[in-house]
Design a binder for this molecule. Structure first.
Ligand code: GLU
Length: 296
């Protein structure tokens, strides 16, 4: 119970800080709910929001092993990172404080299915918006632009970009856009592709020299490099565009519009940058200009 109270306090505290930082006084951010859920927020015509309201809690799909993005802190047992803060912000604007959120870790491979099944209300976890996925789910955003990059051991000078992967053991995650690109562009031989459910497993294999390189978004790789700066480095030449969206049910245009509004406001009022600096920014790169929301 104490933990719960503290969590609510932190949320409200950080929102209040945002409000003061921007305008020097109270703002609409300050009116985020502290105790009661769903304080008059409506999202007309959203089947997902109706479900959330009936349940009195919001279920958000996330990653749990991606430092600075979506990670379950083993000490505090709390989720933290940039994606988690985006998730919390959206939930707060829907009327649900941190104590009303249930996080559900879902690996890359299972995201579309989890959304389609209604196992999660929405998903925030380095989720690239693309046309193939748009046939099954919808995306609000993008709220961040990543790019595919390479993570190697610090003493490796042989891997300098996507064209130097032939003959190397390349690790990535099942169902991700980066592993698909390795296959489509034949960046290495099929029997040199190693795949797991999560990126931490690839990083462990890289550290124990069972693979030569981990490939996925630079945002993810920078977090792992920052955790093992003496052993790992990011090549740093991104070779794709990975716009991150909030995944949600395909037929729920009302919720998509609502989340787009939340993200757009956060990008305009400084909240986005504040969130970035407190999370992803800690893995070494200054805040970029956030991408344009795509209201397709
Ligand atoms: N952004 C890429 C994707 O959505 C890679 C990161 C991930 O697997 O979540 O597939």
């Amino acid at each position: 119970m104490r933990v719960r109270t503290l969590a609510v306090g932190l949320l409200v505290g950080s929102l209040a800080l945002t409000a003061c930082g921007k305008q020097g006084g109270p703002s609409q951010l300050g009116s985020a709910p502290s105790q009661a859920p769903a304080t008059g927020v409506t999202v007309d015509g959203s089947p997902t929001f109706d479900k959330i309201k009936a349940r009195g809690r919001v279920v958000i799909g996330v990653k749990q092993d991606q430092p600075y993005l979506g990670q379950l802190n083993p000490t505090t047992h709390k989720y933290e990172g940039f994606d988690i803060e985006i998730a919390k912000l959206v939930a707060a604007k829907l009327g649900y404080g941190e104590d009303k959120i249930d996080y559900k870790p879902i690996p890359s491979q299972s995201r579309e299915q989890a959304i389609q099944n209604g196992d999660v209300d929405f998903y925030v976890g380095t989720y690239t918006i693309n046309d193939k996925r748009k046939q099954q789910v919808s995306f609000a955003g993008p709220y961040y632009m990543a790019g595919q990059d390479l993570l190697v051991r610090k003493d490796d000078t042989s891997i300098t970009g996507p064209t130097s992967l032939k003959g190397k053991k390349v690790c990535s995650v099942t169902g991700s856009t980066p592993i698909q690109r390795v296959r489509d562009q034949q960046l290495t031989e099929p029997n040199n592709i190693v795949e797991f459910q999560g990126y931490q497993q690839c990083v462990d294999q890289l550290l124990s020299k069972q693979v030569d390189v981990v490939t996925t978004d630079d945002a993810i790789l920078k977090g792992y490099a920052a955790q093992s700066p003496d052993q790992l480095k990011v090549v740093g030449k991104p070779f794709s565009q990975e716009p991150y969206g909030v995944g949600l049910a395909h037929d729920d245009k009302a919720l998509r519009t609502k989340i787009d509004d939340v993200l757009q406001q956060a990008e305009q009022d400084g909240t986005w940058k504040q969130i970035y600096d407190a999370t992803l920014g800690k893995s070494g790169s200054p805040a970029p200009t956030p991408p344009q929301i795509d209201r397709y």
